[in-house]
Structure formats: C-alpha cells, structure tokens
Design a protein around this ligand. Structure first.
Ligand SMILES: [Mg+2]
Length: 203
C-alpha cells in the first residue's frame, strides 16, 4: 500500500514551540563520530534542561543531528539506531522523552555510494527542522535551538527558529563563528543555556 499523502502543516492554527537539540556537543560529549553506547557521555545539565522543556514548558524535544559517519562508512544505520534507542530510553527514564530524533546520514563529498548527496537535511540546511515543523505542527519562530557548531545556528536561522543558543564546541568542533547577521546567544554550558531558555520563556 502506498504511504498516505504527507499532510501539510495547518497554517490556520498556531503551532506549538519545540526545543531543538543538536546531539554531539550538546546532548553528549563530542568525541568524534560517536556510535557506541560506551562512548556516549551525557553532558552535565542535559537532563535538567530537557525536564524543564518537557515538564514545565510542555514543549516537545527534538534532536536533529548530522551523522556523516554513516556517509563515510565509519558505522552503519543499524549501529546508529541501536545507540539512538538507548539514548531515547535514557531521556524517557529521566522524565523528558524525546518527541523525535532526526539524523542526516549524507555527506556531499565524502559520502560513499548513495550516501554522497548534498542533502536538504544536512545542516546548515534547515531540512530536519522543517520536517519536524510539518510532523509536529510547530511554531518555529517561538521555538528554541541549542547547538555547538556554527552550522547548527545557521540551520536554525534558515528555518526561522526564534531563539538560537550556541555552546562552545566540546571536543572536535569548528571554532569559526556563525555567518554574520544571525542573532544568537552564547552560553558557556548547558546550565547557562537553561537560564537563557528560562528567561526567554518567562516573559
Ligand atoms: Mg554538535
């Protein structure tokens, strides 16, 4: 049976905001191409932040992650899915289940075979955020994003996410600033990111 036609977001109803999280460098320490549970170290404060979003704001939490390690053949989709199931269970056990986890397994130049694609989901493109908007009925302008890479901030900006919070890259991150002309806030760590989110949502 063919899949049902994809529903367009209902623009007549105001959507709800979401909290978007990058994975490596935000949820967990970025050791570089993390794909095993034993190398997945949650960053301090991630569950406090997630509980605030889920329980106090009642916002869905969406993880959006580039996974070029799949494109490069460092690990496969099955390994990624195993790790993702475990990660989702941990968030649920902490009282902050993840509404969606999106990943982009493609890379425009380093991808092997079908994984060599300049894909609309690869940040700094906004594809994963737009997919979340359509599936969850989100108000992106009222939403918040936390990322550690300039490309996270640029992708959030391209999608029209209202509050962009940048952490310093933890691990193998890029150090260039996001493209000029993008308004974002910097946080030294997840505790500060939570304070910024609290402040922005208390008005
Ligand atoms: Mg990252």
């Amino acid at each position: 049976m063919p899949p049902p036609p994809r529903r367009e977001p209902d623009v007549t109803k105001p959507g709800r905001p979401a909290l978007f999280l990058d994975r490596d460098g935000v949820v967990n320490f970025d050791h570089g191409y993390v794909h095993k549970i034993e190398n997945f170290d949650f960053l301090p404060g991630i569950f406090d932040l997630a509980r605030f979003a889920a329980q106090e704001l009642r916002w869905p939490i969406v993880v959006a992650t580039n996974q070029a390690g799949i494109a490069r053949g460092y690990y496969d989709e099955a390994a990624y899915e195993t790790l993702t199931r475990w990660m989702r269970d941990r968030f649920s056990a902490e009282g902050a289940p993840l509404a969606r986890v999106y990943h982009c397994p493609y890379h425009p130049t380093a991808g092997i075979g079908a994984y060599r694609q300049d894909h609309a989901w690869r940040k700094p493109r906004p594809g994963m955020f737009l997919a979340a908007q359509a599936e969850l009925g989100l108000d992106l302008c009222a939403s918040a994003l936390i990322g550690d890479m300039p490309t996270d901030i640029e992708a959030g900006h391209a999608a029209g996410v209202g509050l962009l919070i940048k952490l310093p890259p933890a691990g193998a991150g890029q150090t260039r600033p996001p493209a000029s002309g993008i308004a974002y806030q910097s946080a030294a760590d997840l505790r500060q990111a939570l304070a910024l989110l609290r402040q922005a949502t208390s008005r």
